[in-house]
Write a protein that binds this ligand. Sequence first.
Ligand SMILES: [Zn+2]
Length: 413
Amino acid sequence: MDLILKNISLFAGENLEYIENGYIVIKNGRIEKVGTGKYTGKSNMNTFEGRGILVIPGFINAHTHIGDSIGKDIGVDSTFESRIHPVHGIKNKILKRSEKKHLVNFMRSSIISMMKKGIVAFADFREGGLYGIKQITEATAGLSIKSIILGRPEHYYDISRDFNKNPKIPQDVMESIHSILDISDGLGISGANENTDNSLNEYRNIIQKRSLKKKYLLGIHASESPETEKKSITVTGKSEVQRIISNLLPNFVVHLTNALDIDIRLVAQKKIGIVVCPRANATLGVGIPKIAKMLKFGCRVAIGTDNIMINSPDMFRELDYIWKVTRTIGDGAISAKEILKMATVNGGKILGIKSGSLLAGMSADMIFIDKTNLDISPMHDPHVSIVHRASANSILNVMISGKFVDEDEFNCM
Ligand SMILES: [Zn+2]
């Protein structure tokens, strides 16, 4: 549906400039024009009267594992490794022992929950090999949310045992990686400690080779906990980031919560994106990412909500937490506008999708906020209001690819 949104307030462009009274022209699911004041062009398009509404870019949840939606809060007091380690963690046992139908249903519930909370795109690290990709494809069927699925083979090393031997990935696993890439958007690798230098190199080569025909993404977890970082340095003599940069060169790294300053600088130099997951880190008690420092060093930083098992897929809560916690940890406060960019513009750029800002040429993905909502009115500082007062309750509508999201879409399975 082509549409002109009139008399709206909005956060325009990549700098999220606040416009008190403006308009957005939407054609064929894309934003054609964004402007200030009254729309004066001639048009026979449908119009949407937007008085009292603030339109903001839809949220990009740049890191999730929705596959574990069935395991919410199981083992909450267990250690980091015993909860989410890909081989011997509780999570892995839950996934293996649950019925496929239940797993898919709860995954779909998480996706619908994200859409209701203004998330228009998400990037999922999907475990379970080819079978795992098929499950998430089933869970997203008929939903307009943009899903970026990064798969991986169920094949892990342990650097304590394998680092010196440095084995290559066996041929049958290499073949399974190709099958995964045939139906996904790239690879989401567990971490440097679960890989030899050779296996990281092979992941890089396979992506580079296939990227000649189609663009793929390569992401990996790094420096999530003090223990994983310590293990890397003790066993290999290098930090996780150093090994990742020498052997993998991904598009983005997830976490960097316990990364050294020198590593954060290296990531900035190599123009590798960072996806931080501060509330998930807090649940696991592994630290608070030094986001102000990352931004100061010139990194591009986006936000993810990480495992559903340990955290809710709610970007409003993430914004609120980041705004407050970064004001207390002493490496500098971050403005509400910068934090909002992390949840929108930066996520779109890191994932290479035309979403995340209200700008001509972008997909019409946006959230309609009720400015008269009890929690946020009167809105004296719109960026701050969205970051630490707004919630799903403040949303009137969510639009993805130019269409309003409605309940019919959720029942289409
Ligand atoms: Zn993760």
